[in-house]
Design a protein around this ligand. Structure first.
Ligand code: PMP
Length: 292
């Protein structure tokens, strides 16, 4: 916390912390994996870049360099002595004043790391399109990972979990498919991988990694709008994200996708992605920061 290692049980934040009240914080979710060279953080540079971008959108002046942030993330992983897990860096407006304009509050940074297994489980997930749409792009900076955005994700999750589904899918304000509450979405149609374009989604780092893997495997990738009908008629569908990794979708609104099992292209991408994050494919080791 703010440059110091603090024991998990001793970590404290004042109740009159600005971000706690209004959601004006910027965060990341990062994973690190066990490799033969020790724990390795997946795409640390890209996560730190997005963290800094997100923080700037809400007026935070840089208080640390990229290197300082990366070093602090590495130090947190090391201090926890874990060989794989999840990392949560979060810039927040701290204790100083109330009122919506956060200027005048200190900018604080916390970084936590803990073990976290498969976010959506290991079986294909049953989804429902939520009645909550993703926040309108003119209401915010769509591509920033801001705490307050996640009220939208919480509402969509509560909506569909209460109806017995595993995960939500949010449409955008035009009625096209946007993403999951904490994941990007892909479909496969006639061998082509299709995913919604940037503009009304968080531009996922996993999404970007899958573009590169797909390209290397000769799979065509297209970023274009997906209608609800196209989604329901997909041959395959899956989520991508740091927490969810590659998670196959079996049903959407009770319609079976393909035969309800993980499809061949999803399976191939998942297999290669899993090997890449575990340091088993040399050409993708550029994505890994090993912790010595
Ligand atoms: N969309 C949302 C809303 C998310 O919270 C996440 C998780 N960060 C993603 C997409 C996937 O992004 P990434 O692959 O960078 O984790």
């Amino acid at each position: 916390m703010d440059g110091k290692l603090v024991a998990w049980d001793k970590a404290k934040i004042h109740p009159i912390t600005h971000t706690f009240h209004y959601g004006g914080g910027a965060f990341e979710g990062i994973r690190f994996y066990k490799t033969s060279d020790g724990p390795a953080i997946f795409r640390l540079k890209e996560h730190t870049n997005r963290l800094i971008y997100s923080a700037k959108t809400i007026g935070m002046k840089p208080i640390y360099t990229k290197k300082q942030i990366n070093d602090a993330i590495i130090a947190t992983v090391k201090a926890n002595n874990l060989d794989k897990g999840y990392i949560r860096p979060l810039f927040y407006y701290g204790y100083g004043k109330m009122g919506l304009d956060p200027r005048g509050c200190p900018v604080n940074l916390l970084i936590a790391a803990w073990p976290w297994g498969a976010y959506l489980g290991t079986k294909p997930v049953k989804c429902k399109i939520s009645s909550f749409i993703r926040i309108h792009p003119d209401s915010t900076f769509s591509e920033a990972k801001l705490c307050g955005h996640y009220v939208n994700s919480i509402l969509a999750s509560l909506d569909i979990h209460s109806k017995g589904y595993d995960e939500a899918i949010l449409l955008d304000y035009k009625g096209n498919v946007a993403e999951g509450p904490g994941e990007n979405i892909f479909i496969v149609k006639k061998g082509t991988l299709i995913t919604p374009p940037k503009g009304n989604i968080l531009a996922g780092i996993t999404r970007d990694s899958l573009f590169e893997i797909a390209k290397n495997e000769g799979i065509k990738v297209v970023e274009k709008n997906i209608s609800k009908k196209q989604l329901l008629e997909a041959d395959e569908a899956f989520f991508s994200g740091t927490a969810a990794e590659v998670s196959s979708i079996s049903h959407i609104n009770n319609n079976k996708i393909g035969n309800g099992k993980i499809g061949p292209i999803t399976q191939l991408l998942k297999k290669i992605f899993t090997k890449a994050i575990n340091g088993e494919i040399p050409k993708y080791n550029k994505w890994l920061t090993t912790i010595k």
